[in-house]
Design a protein around this ligand. Structure first.
Ligand code: SAM
Length: 535
């Protein structure tokens, strides 16, 4: 059968239509004319396989990896790199529109990677037996079929070489792959490389790695740290077992990242594309205003963003569920002599509920796993008075579903995609949100450039509040003065913060409130030309 590919699907496959029903056909590009066959029919859609590309897209390229179809991880490898970025932007725009009706023009161009190949600083690969030899590979996409992978061109080059050396050493010592029946053998090889230093973790049923084998692995020039993790659970989403047994070298991987001297345990999360992580964090740091009281980073990992944001607030608090990551974060703060950060172990949503009851939070940074924000977290944000949110996401679908809820209270001001996962359809996104009520007040109280610090000089926050209540019957829950400098009088940030807690849940009609605030500003002659400013 012959068809024309109409668009790209969320997993990077081409989509054609048959009687208005989509057919998902991997490894095809929009506008290509292809011959295909149906591999699976479902009531509302089908899957197909390309047999021949009759008219290729001008953006099709020869994939550089020989096993890319078999392995299935790099669904975009047949697409020219600049076109990959265009497809990713479009996919993001479509997903945000589909679930949250977000204006596509808010989405910036994707921040490109300077190394679309050999970028991954980490790998987690399963072991298997082939011809009585231990090998590593991957399970093919959507299947349990093991695909042997000796070379991977998205792994950093040295990582790729060292992984083969380790498998060779393990074979020389006659180690076998894991068998469920006797709960023995090796399950996964986990490695991470930063600044040419490698941390290795072997996951298996029982720690029986011999001294000689440990010495040989530790003799590989870049390997500085070796662990064994016992994991005998039948089916698990966690690769590591409960215990991490230290076999050799240093316990932590120490490295410099941006201006931070950082340390990592094997279980702690770290972004897998080091160069792009730096660009991602730049986007986050630039999005957060200076001189804040309190910033919270939920899902903080080893606290890199908290540490980079430390000079923007009196206090930065990181929350993370993995205890080792929090240990790393605390150590990172100490080593860099950063004294205004605090890190806590716990569920991000649950801890945020407690924190926001205790103190006002100016900015919340969230960087959840692929599942997105859970109900506890969303509910807490929606009930809080947090002014700004920076949402970092690696999954456009859960991001869009969360934004559909957050949009009721927050305005989306900027969306920046970052290409962390070249050759795949995955995309990282940074979304900036600001509280709608507060944004409205910012417009009303923002200082004109040529007339600095004149408003609020003659009235306290309490006076303004009482006047609005008396004349408009409205309780002012927040008169935003965050952009106004301290020298401008009595209505300072402390008043604003105190008032927030008391009245945070008073419902206000925005139009009425706007009018009331304008009238109050006029009454107190705080801004002579407020009309001009609020246009
Ligand atoms: C995408 S990573 C982001 C880490 C960090 N922001 C960074 O850039 O390195 C998500 C982190 O959330 C943590 N996590 C997952 N579920 C959590 C939860 N319910 N509460 C707190 N942290 C969680 C994971 O352990 C992981 O470190």
């Amino acid at each position: 059968m012959k068809t024309t590919i109409k668009k790209i699907g969320i997993n990077g496959e081409g989509i054609a239509f048959e009687k208005k029903k989509p057919i998902f056909i991997p490894y095809t590009l929009p506008e290509e004319v292809i011959e295909y066959q149906i591999t699976e029919r479902k009531p509302n859609y089908s899957f197909g396989e390309v047999k021949k590309v009759l008219y290729p897209s001008p953006f099709r390229v020869q994939p550089e990896c020989r096993s890319f179809k078999e392995c299935g991880a790099c669904t975009f490898m047949q697409v020219a790199y600049p076109t990959q970025l265009e497809y990713k932007k479009k996919l993001l725009q479509e997903t945000l529109m589909k679930y949250a009706k977000i204006d596509p023009s808010l989405v910036d161009d994707v921040i490109a990677s300077t190394s679309p190949l050999h970028y991954r600083n980490a790998l987690k690969l399963p072991f298997a037996m082939k011809n009585d030899k231990l090998v590593i590979g991957m399970y093919g996409s959507n299947s349990n079929r093991f695909v042997r992978i000796d070379h991977c061109i998205i792994h950093q080059k040295r990582l790729d070489v060292i992984k083969r050396e380790i498998v060779k050493i393990l074979n020389a010592h006659h180690y076998k792959a894991y068998e469920n029946a006797n709960k023995d053998g090796l399950r996964y090889l986990v490695m991470r490389i930063l600044e040419s230093k490698v941390q290795v973790t072997i996951v298996g049923g029982k720690n029986d790695i011999s001294k000689d084998c440990i010495d040989q692995i530790m003799n590989i020039e870049e390997v500085v740290s070796l662990y064994f993790s016992e994991n005998r659970t039948k089916k698990t989403t966690n690769i590591f077992g409960k215990e991490m047994i230290h076999l050799g070298g240093v316990k932590f991987l120490n490295f410099h990242f941006k201006d931070i001297y950082a340390t990592l345990s094997p279980r702690s999360f770290f972004q897998l594309n080091t160069a792009q992580a730096s660009r991602l964090y730049d986007v986050v740091v630039n999005a957060v205003a200076d001189n804040q009281e309190c910033i919270v980073e939920a899902y903080c990992g080893v606290g890199m963003m908290s540490l980079l944001l430390a000079n923007k607030a009196k206090k930065v608090i990181g929350i993370e569920s993995i205890p080792e990551a929090i240990q790393n974060a605390k150590r990172n703060a100490q080593r860099n002599d950063i004294k205004n950060t605090k890190f806590m172990v716990g569920d991000a949503g649950t801890e945020l509920v407690k924190l926001s009851a205790k103190q006002p939070i100016d900015t919340l940074v969230v960087d959840p796993p692929r599942s997105g924000l859970d109900d506890v977290m969303l509910d807490c944000i929606m009930k809080s008075d947090i002014q700004n949110i920076v949402y970092v996401s690696c999954n456009p679908a859960t991001l869009a579903k969360n934004l559909a809820i957050l949009q009721e209270t927050y305005a989306i001001t900027k969306i920046t995609p970052v290409d962390m996962f070249s050759q795949t359809a995955h995309i990282e996104t940074v979304v900036l949100l600001s509280h709608k009520d507060i944004e409205e007040h910012v417009k009303l109280s923002y200082e004109p450039e040529d007339k600095p610090s004149t408003h609020f000089r003659d009235a306290t926050y309490e006076e303004i509040k009482s006047w609005v209540l008396e004349h408009y019957g409205l309780k002012v829950s927040s008169l935003y003065i965050g952009q106004v400098k301290d020298e401008c009088g009595l209505a300072k940030r402390e008043n604003y913060n105190k008032s927030k807690k008391k009245d945070a849940k008073v419902p206000l009609c925005p139009e009425n409130k706007k009018e009331a605030i304008k009238a109050a500003l006029e009454h107190f002659e705080m801004i002579n030309d407020w009309k001009k400013m609020s246009e």
